[in-house]
Design a protein around this ligand. Structure first.
Ligand SMILES: Cc1cc2nc3c(=O)[nH]c(=O)nc-3n(C[C@H](O)[C@H](O)[C@H](O)COP(=O)(O)OP(=O)(O)OC[C@H]3O[C@@H](n4cnc5c(N)ncnc54)[C@H](O)[C@@H]3O)c2cc1C
Length: 380
């Protein structure tokens, strides 16, 4: 049986980010590290976007960035400058290749293609069972959702950010490649929170994603019908679909943390690193994995990593409301963007605002609705 200092299970965004930060830090040079994933990650299966003020770790693999975004709805539509932030785009293939190159250069890292069956913390050692063998690790970082327990509980509602995207190419220049459409709620809401997300990467190429924040998924045809309809309303008729992307990201305040133990930490979406109110995960994962690296140099007990913050409570109330009144998402986001500076919203979503700044943002939201949600939480 092979024994490792660290085992990372799942080498998607969070597993690879953590591995990358480990191999970049000499503290981990003498540690035996094992990465396990059931597949070889080298495809463009995700288009990751996030905002960032400064230069970032991933700048060399950014394919496109925007300093202006568009927000659209029936009540409020505007192009908005977001400087000093940049909205950055990374294609997953570039990310996987970049990290794999860095990781494979290190002789203390082993990568295997096996499927995780179970992870058991025995107290002094962790057993990782795959479809082929058993591994032992001192610490295990797991990004594989091994159970659906978060879906089967009643305490915290589970919405999904679900979407299909078309990469569209036109013959003639059509797109304003300087502006990314963050949310366009002018699409028919049909009793949900539905919007179009558009990333123009050049004047002739753009990704159109028909997105919902709602409980139930649609059939593929329904998303695709809406993208075609949206393109038509924009006068785009002569185009080729070069690629498609599909996703479903859980939006919930379910406490994934409670599955952690002294030697096993759940990371990425499986660790609750997805921002519940938006589904954004990538940048949060970057910040958390950097913190984790610092933490590992001083601490042994993984139960002490990460605490619940005030932002968890804000997300909880927001999701409670969005779940209960899914048809009102467009109005809620519209009010948020109409009454606040977008840079302040980004700072708030990054969980970097002071309590005073939080209060100012909250004052722009429907107070009575949120009070009702607070009462429901307190008295239930
Ligand atoms: C299409 C798409 C677009 C997204 N766009 C954005 C975005 O723009 N911005 C943003 O912030 N977030 C985005 N997200 C959300 C989030 O960033 C991603 O889902 C991200 O990949 C989550 O990282 P993760 O490590 O938790 O999970 P994953 O990246 O999904 O990694 C999990 C890994 O576990 C492996 N695995 C699964 N089961 C097993 C098993 N039994 N044994 C071994 N390995 C297993 C998988 O192969 C995978 O490699 C997007 C998500 C999707 C699906």
């Amino acid at each position: 049986m092979q024994k490792y200092d660290y085992i990372i299970t799942g080498t998607g965004a969070s597993g690879l980010m953590l591995a990358y930060h480990m191999v970049m830090d000499s503290f981990f040079n003498q540690k035996k590290i094992l990465l396990i994933d059931k597949e070889i990650k080298n495809q463009n299966d995700r288009t990751w976007c996030f905002w960032e003020k400064e230069k970032g770790v991933w700048d060399s693999i950014i394919s496109k960035e925007w300093s202006q975004v568009f927000f659209g709805s029936q009540r409020f539509s505007q192009d908005i400058k977001i400087t000093p932030y940049q909205y950055k785009l990374i294609r997953s293939k570039d990310f996987y290749n970049f990290v794999h190159t860095a990781v494979q250069a290190k002789s203390n890292v082993t990568i295997v293609r096996e499927s995780i069956i179970a992870i058991i913390d025995e107290g002094n050692i962790v057993e990782v069972e795959t479809d082929q063998r058993l591994y032992l690790g001192n610490k295990v970082f797991n990004s594989v959702l091994l159970s659906n327990v978060y879906k089967n509980q009643q305490k915290y509602p589970v919405l999904n950010q679900h979407f299909i995207g078309w990469f569209v190419e036109t013959k003639e220049p059509f797109f304003d490649s300087k502006t990314a459409t963050f949310m366009d709620f002018t699409v028919d809401q049909k009793g949900n929170t539905r919007f179009m997300y558009v990333l123009p990467t050049s004047e002739k190429e753009a990704l159109f994603e028909y997105t919902l924040f709602s409980e139930h998924l649609l059939t593929d045809q329904e998303y695709e019908k809406e993208i075609a309809k949206y393109l038509l309303t924009k006068g785009i008729t002569d185009y080729t679909i070069t690629e498609k992307e599909k996703g479903c990201i859980p939006m919930t305040c379910y406490e994934f943390r409670k599955h952690n133990s002294e030697n096993v930490l759940h990371i990425g979406t499986a660790g609750g690193w997805t921002k519940p109110s938006t589904g954004f995960t990538f940048h949060n994962t970057k910040k958390k994995s950097e913190k984790l690296i610092t933490f590992l140099k001083k601490n042994d007990n993984l139960l002490e990593f990460g605490k619940r913050t005030k932002f968890w409570y804000y997300d909880l109330l927001f999701l409670d409301l969005l779940y209960k009144e899914n048809q009102n998402g467009a109005a809620l986001f519209s009010s948020l963007f109409r009454k606040n500076k977008t840079t302040k919203i980004l700072k708030f979503l990054d969980e970097e605002t002071s309590f005073l700044e939080d209060l100012k943002i909250m004052a722009t939201m429907p107070a009575m609705k949120f009070l009702r949600m607070i009462c429901r939480r307190v008295f239930n």
